[in-house]
Design a protein. Structure first.
Length: 313
């Protein structure tokens, strides 16, 4: 599931200006001019158009036969290093943590060209997006490095193209206790006539840190130093209003797409146990597969470009 015991393999990059000393800049300009003069002139009509710039995850092809879950994400983390309340600081490319309550947008182009599972099965999840926050289940304060792992909960919301789907009317304990409609009203997971089971694949509660988990599946207490609250959303029309995939083929293999995901608005629709009374900080945003925990193989290939996190001014 989403709370695997692994480290994200994230490609870091920063958008912005690069300051060059004046002397070095002059040398670079002269060198560029010399190269331009030496290059052969070609007719514009004979040259094919330049391909669009593409930032690609390296390596784009990933295969695993590992017995334990492996997370190979393209990701953007905050610079403070509070991802899952791990005890270190100074990571990530985001200069600030986007906050729920502001309808911030994550935008990127994604082309998934291959995803095949063979052999003995195991996890075959594919996340778009994997979004994470962390807060103290008693005080509601955001997690900070070296916090109390008996009180903190790593809250994870991810839309999963793959994986299994235990949440159903027959197994409401594998669903979140409540669904919040966009008008703010709640419906319990035991209301088979009204609860949108198709919008969820799985939910587990941070039973080690939160006292509001009765009747709900507990998350693995060993794969994170904190408690965990993990929502696995399914591609569904309920989330499409926020830009997320409306069905299992929307943006999947063979359907490349420019995604524009309203993450802040989506999180306002999610019900959490032991909810914080402070603004939720989103501390990491990941795209990619989680695989393993079986005897088979998982082959996947994907390309990402034009990745932006847009926060209101």
């Amino acid at each position: 599931m989403g709370g695997c015991a692994c480290t994200s393999a994230s490609l870091r990059f920063t958008r912005g200006s690069y300051v060059v000393p004046h002397g070095r800049l002059l040398k670079l300009l002269l060198l560029l001019l010399l190269l331009l003069l030496l290059l052969p002139r070609a007719s514009p009509t004979r040259n094919p158009p330049c391909p669009p710039h593409r930032l690609t995850l390296a390596p784009p092809h990933y295969r695993t036969t590992a017995p334990l879950p492996q997370c190979t994400y393209f990701g953007a983390d905050v610079g403070r290093g509070v991802k899952g309340n791990q005890a270190y600081d100074g990571r990530g490319m985001l200069t600030e943590a986007p906050r729920v309550g502001e309808d911030f947008v994550v935008r990127f182009f994604l082309n998934i060209t291959k995803d095949q599972i063979g052999g003995g099965g195991g996890i075959g999840s594919w996340y778009l997006l994997n979004m994470e926050a962390c807060w103290d289940q008693r005080s509601g304060a955001p997690c900070r490095p070296y916090g109390d792992t008996n009180r903190n909960a790593h809250n994870q919301v991810l839309l999963d193209y793959g994986g299994d789907r235990p949440c159903s009317a027959a197994s409401p304990h594998a669903c979140p206790p409540y669904h919040r409609w966009r008008n703010g009203s709640l419906v319990a997971n035991t209301d088979a006539a009204r609860f949108p089971y198709s919008a969820y694949k799985f939910y587990c509660c941070p039973c080690t840190a939160c006292a509001e988990c009765d009747g709900t599946a507990c998350c693995d207490p060993l794969s994170n130093p904190d408690g965990q609250s993990i929502y696995k959303l399914a591609p569904d029309a309920e989330w499409a209003v926020h830009g997320f995939p409306a069905n299992a083929t929307d943006g999947w293999v063979g359907h490349p797409k420019m995604h524009e995901l309203h993450v802040g608005a989506l999180w306002e629709q999610i019900w959490f146990p032991c909810m914080t009374n402070q603004s939720i900080e989103i501390i990491t945003l990941n795209i990619g597969p989680e695989t393993g925990l079986g005897t088979g193989t998982h082959d996947t290939e994907f390309f990402i470009s034009d990745f932006d996190v847009l926060v209101p001014v």
